[in-house]
Design a protein around this ligand. Structure first.
Ligand code: AR6
Length: 175
């Protein structure tokens, strides 16, 4: 398993799955969620609505999977990160659950490559360095991580990219 770091737009990534930083409604929003629905087309929203009708959206820390519509990826895994509220509302645990549940869903679908954005580090204001530490630790801790070929962290902003570069280089000398 290889960890790759990319600076750019996750909607352009070719992978078995890209992860969306969604909200509990699954009906779209701004940030990476808005970009995925805009470029991926209506098939993604249709599947999100079907999931919502079946199970009432997606709870914080959980994940669901849909088609990737018109995107180059095969699937979108929608996970709902915690809103940062000072750190005493189980934000760390919930963010870790986002990564672990997304990896579990990908593993259950026999997916080999998965790309993550910095979940919760935009509109939800999770501190970026802490979020990156949690993301990298969750990947290392996932019990079936060896089944994956590649885990990609896609950083949209310079600050996240620099943080991931700093934190991930000891884990992966190829970075
Ligand atoms: N590709 C990769 N990363 C991106 C992209 C992109 N195209 N666009 C933004 N980012 P955010 P959140 C980065 O705000 O904080 C939505 O309205 C961005 O720089 O998208 O989890 C949802 O519907 C940041 O590092 O998600 C929810 O209501 C990271 O993605 C709410 O925002 C996450 O930023 C979720 O907030």
């Amino acid at each position: 398993m290889k960890i790759e770091l990319i600076k750019g737009d996750i909607t352009s990534i070719t992978a078995d799955a890209i992860v969306n930083a969604a909200n509990t409604s699954l009906l779209g929003g701004g940030g990476v969620d808005g970009a995925i629905h805009k470029k991926g087309g209506k098939a993604i929203l249709e599947e999100c609505i079907a999931i919502r009708n079946r199970q009432g959206g997606c709870a914080t820390g959980q994940a669901v999977i849909t088609t990737a519509g018109l995107l180059p990826a095969k699937f979108v895994i929608h996970t709902v990160g915690p809103v940062w509220n000072g750190g005493h509302k189980k934000e760390n645990e919930l963010l870790r659950s986002c990564y672990l549940n997304s990896l579990k869903l990908a593993y259950d679908h026999q997916l080999k490559t998965i790309a993550f954005p910095g979940i919760s580090t935009g509109i939800y204001h999770f501190p970026k360095e802490k979020a990156a530490e949690i993301a990298l630790q969750a990947v290392q801790d996932f019990e079936n991580i060896a089944a994956f070929d590649k885990i990609i962290f896609v950083c949209f902003d310079d600050e996240n990219y620099e943080i991931y570069q700093k934190l991930s280089s000891p884990l992966n000398p190829v970075l």
